[in-house]
Design a protein around this ligand. Structure first.
Ligand code: DP6
Length: 400
């Protein structure tokens, strides 16, 4: 059994991000290089996060990984690519003359355990937080201090944007080796304190087409996607950066909705077509536009990834009213008291004018629950040894 002293162990957390300018399509499948740049908002880890423990030890005989308590195949190509990349960066650091506190660590095998604080199966993308957390934790145990975009990206493209807090762009880069395809913070999490995010978890039975396969088919068949990537996204990236810098919610919200709609249009232009939006998603879209029309301005904005869940952006002064509008349109069937999770939201009554303006037939149970959150920081190292998901023997603790 390994003694605690010889076990190098670290536990980190990493956030989920939601793109407001979408990444869809790769120009290199192996290196995971995108056909366009993208921009995202990092969500707060108090509500949504992955926690990962990585341990290296000279007594470990093989690399092993446990996700949400279950051992997974460590041979998956993307996992292998992340491990290869981090070991390459660690070797490079050593050959660059940095002192290595663990001279043999490069040949050590690693054990990894990872859990999410949000329900898996809710259709919330966990791969971005998962691979960002893996990259960050591995960097800690192998003593790598360089940019980790490359490591996280090899796990899942969108994961490189979860390496930073606040507002983050993933620059597509031009080089064939991907060295300039990196994530960069546009503004920190403190930049726009009024911004709020509501994740509307939509009830759905269907398992959607995964993003990896979906975007591959889109690249092969959609001329609209190529046009979007080449002719539209560059100006949209610049405009979105301006909206964020100037905290211009009206323009931010409109561009966020348009970009989500355009991404789903490229999915429909894919052959055979892919549709991620459900009837409930479309009702949410309609609700947002009615709500904004009632107020005569863009007060809320939606965005959808490769699934039916809606993510809503709004400002703190509008959260309560919009949450009430969602509850009115999608009355909870059973869990009325647990409908709103996350940040506290004051219940407010809807005005008769707004009720009349929404005028839709309610869809009971269409939304399972709402997670209220805000913009948050990037990955963190947890100092408390009690947080480790692996015990002194390098195996998952019972609760992990
Ligand atoms: C619709 O990053 O999950 O969420 O690189 O193949 O792992 P892979 O795909 P992934 O795709 C995310 C697509 C998206 C848009 C986005 O997050 O930008």
């Amino acid at each position: 059994m390994a003694s605690e002293k010889r076990l190098e162990v670290v536990t980190c957390t990493a956030p989920v991000n939601i793109a407001v300018i979408k990444y869809w399509g790769k120009r290199d499948e192996e290196l995971i290089l995108p056909i366009n740049s993208s921009l995202s908002v990092t969500l707060h880890q108090d509500q949504l996060k992955t926690t990962t423990t990585a341990a290296i030890n000279r007594d470990f005989t093989e690399d092993r990984i446990w996700l949400n308590g279950r051992e997974e195949d460590v041979g998956q190509p993307r996992l292998q690519a992340c491990l290869r990349e981090i070991r390459r960066l660690a070797r490079k650091r050593r050959s660059d003359g940095h002192e290595d506190p663990l001279p043999l660590s490069l040949s050590y095998k690693v054990h990894v355990a990872s859990v999410n604080n949000f329900p898996t199966g809710a259709g919330l993308a966990s791969s971005a937080a998962g691979y960002a957390c893996l990259a960050y934790a591995l960097a800690q145990v192998y003593g790598v201090e360089s940019d980790l975009s490359e490591v996280a990206r090899r796990g899942s493209g969108s994961a490189c944007r979860s390496l930073y807090g606040g507002f983050v762009e993933w620059q597509m880069g031009e080089r064939a080796d991907g060295k300039d395809s990196i994530a960069r913070q546009v503004a920190p999490e403190s930049h726009w304190p009024e911004l709020r995010v509501l994740v509307l978890v939509v009830s759905t039975e269907r398992k959607p087409t995964g993003s990896t396969v979906g975007m591959q088919t889109s690249v092969e068949t959609s001329a609209l996607l190529r046009f979007r990537a080449e002719a539209l996204v560059p100006a949209r990236m610049a405009e979105m950066t301006r909206c964020i810098r100037e905290r211009d919610f009206q323009a931010f919200g409109q561009l966020t909705m348009k970009d989500s709609n355009q991404f789903h249009a490229t999915c429909m232009d894919t052959f055979p077509p892919i549709s991620y939006l459900s009837d409930t998603s479309r009702r949410v879209i309609h609700l947002v536009h009615l709500f904004n029309a009632h107020h005569g301005q863009t007060k809320v904005a939606y965005t959808f990834d490769a699934g039916a869940n809606a993510v809503i952006f709004t400002l703190d002064d509008t959260v309560a009213e919009f949450a009430a509008a969602v509850r009115h349109s999608f009355p909870p069937e059973s869990n009325g008291d647990k409908f709103l999770k996350g940040l506290p939201v004051e219940p407010v009554p809807l005005s008769d004018e707004l009720k009349a303006a929404l005028g839709m037939d309610p869809t009971p149970g269409g939304i399972k629950y709402i997670i209220a959150t805000q913009v948050g920081p990037g990955p963190q190292v947890l100092d408390d040894p009690g947080a480790h998901l692996l015990g002194p023997d390098g195996l998952p603790k019972a609760a992990a």
